[in-house]
Design a protein around this ligand. Sequence first.
Ligand SMILES: O=C(O)CCC(=O)C(=O)O
Length: 292
Amino acid sequence: MDQTTISLKALTSTQVAHYREHGYLSPVNALTAGEAREVRALVESVEAKYDGQWPRAWSLKSHLIFTALDRVVHHPKILDAVEDILGPDILCWSSRWFIKDKNDGGFVSWHQDVPYWGLDVSENIVTAWVAITPATRANGCMKVIPGSQRKLVAHREGVSNNLLLRGQEVAVTVDEKQAVYMALAQGQMSFHHGLMFHGSEESHDDERRLGFAIRYIPTRVKPIDGLPKDSVQLVRGVDRYHHFNLESRPFRDLDPVDVARHKQATDTYHEINRLAVAKHDELIAQGAGARA
Ligand SMILES: O=C(O)CCC(=O)C(=O)O
C-alpha cells in the first residue's frame, strides 16, 4: 500500500517512514496506565491460582480465552497505529506473554520471528509489544538492530534459559553496539518487523516485566505451502483472501468452548512452528527478505 496516499489514523508520516526504513518504532502510546494495571491484575490473579506462574499452555493466544486480553488485541489505539503500518484489513495471527522476574535468568537471544511462523517472510508482519508494566534496561526491555529486517538469516536452536519456544538464535555475528533498547512506560508499545533481529537481557530489577506481544498481519499474507491450515482473528476490515480459519472472540473468561478451541489453535501453532523450521534453508538459498 502506498502510505503517501492514505490518511494516517494514529502515527505521523515520519513515524511510518521510520518503521519502514529501520524495521521498528518505539515508543508508541497504546493503553492508559489504568488499563495496563487492570491487565496486570488479571495476570497476577491467574498466576496466584497456578503456583505463581502464568500457565505455559496459555502463553500463546490467551486473547482467545480472556476477555480483558481480547480487548487489548482489539484496542482502537493499537489498531489505529497498526492500520497505519499494515493498511485497513488486519488479522491478529497470535499473541504471546513474555514475563520476567528479577534474576530469574530468563532472556531472549537475537532472533527473527517470521521464519518460525510458517508465513511468507517477504511480507510486512508486525508485532505490537505492549508494556503491561514499565520495561526498562534494568528489567530487560527489548533491543533491536535497526535495518536488520531486510534479510532472512540462518538460525541455530537450543540456547538454554531462553524464553523462546525453540531457544533459537541467529547464526551470524551481531554487532551489539548497533542495538537500540526500547524502554517503555506502562501501557506504551513498540513495533518490530517480523524479520527484525531482536532480543532482551535478563532482569535484575524488582519491577516485574510483563510484555504482551501481539502479532498482526495484513489479510493478504500467505502461509507457506505444505503446512497445516492455521487460524487467525479478523480484527479490522475485511478478509477477502480466506488463507486462514477465523477464530471467534471470547464473551467470558475461560468458557469451556473457547478453551477447547484455544487448545486446538495452539496445538496447530506448535506443529507449524516445528515444520516451518525445515523450510529455512530453502528460503535462505532463495535469498528471501522483507518487501515492506
Ligand atoms: O519480550 C522479549 O524480550 C522478546 C519478545 C520477542 O521476542 C517477540 O516479541 O518476538
